[in-house]
Design a protein around this ligand. Structure first.
Ligand code: AMP
Ligand code: GLY
Length: 423
């Protein structure tokens, strides 16, 4: 079978790497891919959001399965478009993808299904939003409802900050129509974790847990980023928490989606806060996490095409997924300045030396090939991922690998996985 992976970041490199190991797959394409993906797949010069061109490519190349990595094409209806033409594609249809595409929709669904989440209110009008922020008082969280590349969330410790956030989203409209409505919600306290599950519309298969590091600098300081590193498993996610997440969150989503006539098929990513009252949902994503996918897939022993196909065909209940008992840690090497302004085009060296250490895979997130030289081409550049007998060993090996890799102004956190080690 020929497989097409849509996207071009670290998550997609991990997906390509894992899918390429499947005996069911004889050729793999990635659109648009990156320089690292190009070493393991045929990269295709089509943007991840150019749905028409992707459908045409699938037709011309007899693609047997397409896997969409990022949220934007899913929210824009790539699954509906492929299915309409009779092509197999993994992911939720547009209506179900609104769980990520509209935080307002997502919160309403959670409320109607009794899913634990922060108390909230939705506003379409600026002054009403400001009045409410004043009435409930800080701390509170202001969220642009639509897609904002992970930047639309403001955790505000004063009402003034909340008013500034509401102005930025609704008046200055820095996220465009994604700011047509805002969600204002209670600030939850606790530790965050990510739970990803395969879903086929009926059955659910929960993957091993992971934890992202969203802030730019050590000690969870600095601005929010797309994710500076991740590890798996997350010891805070005990067996009891996993069962609670399945019972109180995943099963009710599957039920509510079916009730609303849009069965949920694909990956459901629950970003949770583990509070003293148990796990509560911070957000849903409708796809694999980036960078959580890198350490989670390093630990997946089963051929990933089996559960993916089972979700597409609706027989996930027959599938088991086996995991490596070892731990995995992914350290993101970013361009200096990220998530603010940064430069691209810096030569990258040392990846082979890093991988030669063993138990290391360097996933490319933002890289390009400049006439035979590997250069940086994005904010997050590499996801240096290692496995080890313990989380400490995996962390040590990941940082040993990071030390081998060089590009000008490289920035990375030095404390990835420390929360797990502290436990
Ligand atoms: P989201 O994109 O909704 O996951 O939000 C991004 C980040 O904002 C999360 O990873 C949390 O760190 C934080 N956050 C979101 N919602 C809340 C909340 N209700 N309480 C506290 N922190 C939150
Ligand atoms: N790691 C956070 C995300 O994928 O949205």
């Amino acid at each position: 079978m020929k497989v097409l992976v849509v996207g071009g970041g670290g998550r997609e490199h991990a997906l390509v790497w894992k899918i390429a190991q499947s005996p069911l797959v004889d050729r793999i394409f990635c659109a648009p891919g990156n320089a690292g993906i190009a070493r393991e797949a045929d990269v295709v010069d089509i943007g991840a959001e150019d749905i028409k061109a992707l459908v045409a490519f699938a037709r011309d190349n007899e693609i047997g399965l397409t896997v969409a990595g990022p949220e934007a094409p899913l929210v824009a209806g790539i699954v509906d478009a492929f299915e309409k033409e009779g092509f197999k594609i993994f992911g939720p249809r547009q209506h179900a993808a609104a769980l990520e595409g509209s935080k307002a929709y997502s919160k309403m669904l959670m409320k109607s299904a009794g899913i634990p989440t922060a108390r909230f209110k939705i506003f379409n009008e600026l002054s009403a939003a400001k009045d409410y922020a004043e009435a409930v008082d800080a701390p509170l969280v202001v969220k642009a409802s639509g897609l904002a590349a992970g930047k639309g969330v403001y955790v505000c410790s004063t009402v003034k900050e909340a008013h500034e956030a509401i102005d930025a989203v609704m008046k200055e409209r820095i996220f465009g129509s994604a700011g047509d409505s805002v969600v204002i919600e209670e600030c939850l306290r606790g530790e965050e974790a990510s739970i990803l599950a395969f879903m086929d519309g009926h059955a659910i298969f929960t993957m091993e847990s992971s934890q992202d590091h969203k802030r730019a600098f050590d000690g969870d300081s600095g601005p929010n980023t797309g994710g500076m590193g991740a590890y798996s498993p997350a010891p805070i996610v005990t067996e009891r928490i996993t069962r609670q997440v399945e019972r109180d969150i995943l099963v009710p989503v599957a039920y509510a989606a079916n009730r609303d006539g849009c069965p949920y098929r694909g990956i459901l990513y629950a970003g949770i806060m583990i509070t003293h009252e148990g796990a509560k949902v911070l957000e849903f994503n409708v796809r694999f996490g980036d960078p959580e996918t890198q350490p989670v897939l390093m630990r997946m022993k089963t051929d990933i095409v089996e559960p993916i196909m089972a979700c597409v065909e609706g027989d996930l209940a027959d599938i088991d997924i086996l995991w490596d008992d070892r731990a995995s840690v992914c350290v993101v090497m970013a361009a200096g300045g990220y998530p603010g302004k940064y430069e691209s085009g810096k030569e990258i060296t040392g990846i082979e030396e890093a991988e030669a250490l063993g138990d290391v895979k360097v996933f490319h997130a933002g890289t390009a090939d400049a006439q035979g030289t590997l250069v940086t081409d994005g904010g997050r550049v590499l996801g240096v991922t290692a496995v080890g007998e313990t989380i400490e060993a995996a962390k040590a090996r990941a940082y040993e690998a990071v030390e081998k890799i060089h590009f000008q102004d490289a920035h990375y956190r030095t404390d990835i996985a420390d929360k797990a080690i502290g436990r």
